[in-house]
Design a protein around this ligand. Structure first.
Ligand code: SAM
Length: 271
């Protein structure tokens, strides 16, 4: 099954497919789709620090469910706007992004932060596209890509010290499949065990019409359940503060900031 990012509609005025409807239809053959990449220039607008800065991004306009990291999603824009409007949070910080996809958010973070590691699953050409987008926009710079799979039970040496030392963790649009969501939250908890992090998660509350004609948001509901469980945990004698942030900060990119886009902050606070 092919899925198309909502951004395809925002930018390219094409018809959007049924995104993430059939999460169980993935198969090995999906990984080898050969949809061609396009290059899009996204300009930062009305930002004093980065006037008319252009981000040149290679991405696909649709993909199989397994390869959605080749597309750019609205959550990536929301987080990018958040970073540009709250630069003090990211300045001089080590940032790790989970499920970075095309690298759009990491590139914006890299304009502000000291160092950014954008991670994703090692599947098909996801990491090579991510790496080439980072290198093209911030050549030889402070942003690099690494493998990080939510299904790992422990972090390998290749990423563990970066996670331990990181100040800020970013994740955009990682909730679209029950199983991945469960493992995403396990990963978040493992990262929080290192202590001293602030996590920002952008998630779109995608609505569906169920068989009875009701509007439902099953993946978002599952996300909220996991968030609730997380907020009840104590980690290293600290409690977790989970907060939904307002999304009324300025837009620095052209995209449709739909009301379903939500933003969450998780911090560890000493008891
Ligand atoms: C909808 S895309 C979002 C990509 C990007 N953050 C954005 O907003 O444009 C979901 C991302 O989750 C990644 N992903 C899927 N399974 C994963 C796993 N097991 N571990 C880590 N990342 C995974 C995909 O490769 C993809 O990059």
């Amino acid at each position: 099954m092919a899925v198309s990012s909502e951004v395809k509609e925002d930018y390219f005025l094409s018809t959007i497919g049924a995104v993430f409807e059939n999460e169980n239809e993935n198969s090995e053959s999906d990984i080898n789709d050969d949809l061609s990449t396009v290059e899009t220039v996204f300009e930062i607008q009305d930002c004093v620090e980065f006037p008319k800065k252009k981000i040149v991004l290679k991405h696909t306009l649709s993909s199989s469910v397994d390869m959605v990291g080749l597309q750019v999603w609205r959550g990536a824009f929301l987080l990018a706007d958040f970073i540009l409007h709250h630069q003090h949070i990211f300045k001089d910080k080590l940032v790790v992004e989970l499920a970075g996809g095309t690298g759009f958010t990491a590139i914006v973070a890299g304009l502000v932060a000291k160092q950014v590691i954008s991670t994703d699953v090692d599947r098909g050409n996801i990491l090579s596209l991510l790496s080439s987008n980072l290198e093209k926009n911030l050549p030889g710079g402070n942003v690099e890509c690494r493998e990080l799979d939510f299904f790992w039970d422990a972090f390998p040496d290749s990423i563990s010290s970066e996670l331990r030392d990181s100040d800020v963790i970013l994740a955009a649009d990682v909730v679209y499949d029950k199983n991945i969501t469960r493992h995403f939250f396990k990963t978040v908890q493992n990262i929080l065990n290192f202590g001293g992090k602030t996590i920002f998660i952008a998630i779109e509350r995608r609505l569906w019409t169920d068989n009875h004609g009701n509007l439902v948001a099953p993946n978002f509901d599952i996300f909220k359940e996991h968030l609730e469980e997380l907020s009840n945990l104590q980690i290293n004698e600290s409690e977790l503060l989970v907060e939904e942030l307002k999304t009324d900060f300025p837009k620095y990119f052209e995209y449709n900031r739909v009301p379903e886009l939500t933003l969450w902050k998780i911090v560890l606070a000493k008891l």
